[in-house]
Design a protein around this ligand. Structure first.
Ligand SMILES: NC(=O)c1ccc[n+]([C@@H]2O[C@H](COP(=O)([O-])OP(=O)(O)OC[C@H]3O[C@@H](n4cnc5c(N)ncnc54)[C@H](O)[C@@H]3O)[C@@H](O)[C@H]2O)c1
Length: 392
């Protein structure tokens, strides 16, 4: 794949939206984008306040002349340049993802967007339509699905190693809402997170539930068809949604369980996936993301490690250091950025585009439909079908 980059002749140029100096996910995106030389972050808007955006960009090492005061200004000015941006990456408060993505797509740019892609399913359908109409690329930053070992999990399921999938169990447990943070002092970040008009229909789903659902669907290969969900708060009296547990039925009939909460005292960043087929199971956990446990019925369980020589070359290529050297979320994000770049470069060069599994806007739209179905299930106290993308 590095030959493709060589044939293209330059890194793609990235405009960053959000991720000011205080935002950890901004560092993650920028470092991931340039890790392998596919991208160069060259411009950006780093705050909703124009002056803070300009100083923030300069503080992060961006050209002060390309640290813009707002998104419209960046899109307008970059279009005038010979070396203008090829794409934007969006990591702002959730309510701004949709308008910024629309503006970028309408300006003819590709988009990498953090989750949740939109406020609701209708907006996500609109982004799917705009992306397709414009022939653009729209990727979603679901990093957990881009680890070598979650990619290998998907491969094992696809290759039938587990047999037909019967059960998918996914959970994502954190503790950031275990105390009554809404009653304590608030900063800019907490203010938007604690406001459902800005953070989304269900706080825990916007924050982490979307990752869990995407990982389950991505690795199992199935969209969620129906849910029966318990949506609410573990912390007594809390109005915000800090917990969702759901029974799932996937396309194809497999069943699933789904539990996400940010109100589990002592939790850290515990996302775990187990898939059971009729021949065996696999188990992946973010605490040891470079390893995958595969247990086939009647055989000794195996711990497969990133970089093991027997792995398919395309799985090995998703790692950058030999087995035993820690890699993490930044490298997983870098895999998404690398695939988006390969897709765009191949399209521009008129070459055939390899099958690239990076998360796309269609996946983001399915997640929004899933979130809406969970909320509707809580309201009706029953099973609810997950809406499908309209035929386009
Ligand atoms: N994929 C992941 O694993 C992951 C992890 C953490 C956060 N996120 C997502 O990243 C996004 C940001 O979360 P965060 O925790 O960094 O929030 P944050 O509040 O800490 O940071 C938001 C950043 O965006 C900037 N910003 C705000 N409004 C802006 C605007 N109108 N134009 C340009 N910049 C603006 C702020 O100055 C700040 O630097 C959210 O959508 C969140 O869901 C994703």
């Amino acid at each position: 794949m590095t030959e493709l980059r060589g044939r293209f002749g330059r890194p793609l140029r990235l405009g960053v939206i959000g991720g000011g100096p205080e935002a950890w996910i901004g560092r993650m995106h920028r470092g991931a984008a340039e890790m392998d030389g596919w991208w160069r972050p060259v411009a950006g808007v780093f705050s909703s306040d124009a002056a803070r955006s300009r100083t923030g960009g300069a503080a992060l090492g961006f050209d002060p002349g390309r640290s813009y005061g707002g998104v419209d200004e960046m899109l307008r000015q970059e279009r005038l340049r010979q070396d203008g941006i090829d794409a934007v990456t969006i990591m702002t408060p959730n309510d701004t993802h949709y308008p910024f993505a629309v503006a970028a797509l309408d300006a003819g740019l590709d988009v990498v967007c953090d989750k949740p892609v939109t406020h609701d399913f209708a907006q996500a359908c609109d982004l799917v339509a705009r992306t397709r109409r414009g022939g653009r690329i729209f990727a979603v930053a679901h990093g957990y699905s881009a680890y070598p070992m979650t990619r290998y999990a998907r491969r094992l399921v696809r290759d039938g190693v587990l047999g037909p999938v019967r059960l998918v169990q996914v959970e994502y447990i954190q503790s950031g809402m275990a105390t009554r943070v809404e009653e304590g002092p608030q900063n800019d970040r907490l203010r938007w997170i604690l406001d459902p008009r800005r953070s989304g229909l269900a706080l825990v789903m916007s924050a982490i539930g979307c990752h869990a659902q995407h990982l389950a669907s991505f690795t199992s290969g199935f969209a969620v068809a129906r849910v029966a969900a318990d949506v609410g708060a573990l912390v007594p009296g809390r109005k915000l949604i800090d917990h969702v547990s759901a029974l799932l039925e996937f396309d194809g009939g497999a069943r699933g369980t789904f539990t996400v909460t940010q109100a589990a005292a002592g939790g850290e960043n515990d996302i775990r996936l187990r898939i059971y087929g009729d021949k065996g199971m696999l188990d992946w956990c973010h605490r040891e993301p470079s390893y995958l446990r595969l247990a086939l019925q009647g055989e000794a369980a195996r711990i497969i490690g990133r970089g093991d020589a027997f792995l398919p070359p395309e799985i090995i290529a998703l790692g950058r250091t030999p087995r035993g050297h820690p890699e993490g979320l930044r490298e997983a994000f870098a895999n998404i950025y690398a695939e988006v770049a390969q897709d765009r470069m191949a399209r521009i060069l008129g070459e055939s585009v390899p099958e690239l599994p990076y998360p796309r806007i269609e996946d983001g739209a399915h997640t929004m439909a899933f979130i809406e179905a969970c909320i509707a299930s809580q309201a009706s106290r029953g099973w609810v079908d997950v809406a499908r993308l309209p035929a386009q």
